[in-house]
Design a protein around this ligand. Sequence first.
Ligand code: 3SL
Length: 243
Amino acid sequence: MQISYFHVPADLPQDCHPASAVVIDVLRATTTIAWALHNGAEGVAAFADLDTLRKTAENWPPSSRLLLGERGGQKLSDFDLGNSPVAVTPEQVAGKRLFMSTTNGTRALDRVREVPLLITAALPNREAVAQRLQREAPASVAIVGSGWEGSYSLEDSLAAGALAARLLELDSDVAAVANDEMTAALALWEQWKHDPEACLRTASHGRRLINLGDHDADFRCCAGLDQIAVVPIQKEPGVLQAS
Ligand code: 3SL
């Protein structure tokens, strides 16, 4: 299993066709997806574009759908929820299809939607994703960070390093580091693994969230390692479901 890391979706070469992809947006899209599915959401349909999201959601019964997302970290005025992982409680999401669009995370998902095995990961479901990849044993795994509007995100690299570190621990004969970005992400994880929340708060997007208001609960949630066993997998184009 050759494991590569790409800081942002645009770094993935057009002629690169990995057997599997893992999209990461620690702050906060893939953390929210993991918690929403853990808390019983029927599925998360991810959209890069808001108009397409609204039109598609209209075809779903109002009582079993929620519109969720943000732009620039702020909830959209006609949406039910923003992008906080602590807001997707069982009371809010159980049995519902979530229609989600975020500044970077859902765009990253869009970029790799053709990859045969597409998973999302965050720190709370890191162990579950690692176990699943080990079981599936794809020849190649492209871990794709969401970044922020095309540039590097510290926290996505941290989680990429956390996931690769666990894959190497599980079976270092099978898992192998395939690019320098992956090696650097592993070093980042080594540096911060005893205090991931501090890394998230140091990151530029962490500071952006702090400037927008009190996100303490989100930071705690997004930094919580190996807390839930859900593995969000793309079951149909753009739709993630628990497995
Ligand atoms: O960029 C994204 O996809 C979001 O996760 C950003 S935010 O944390 O909701 O502001």
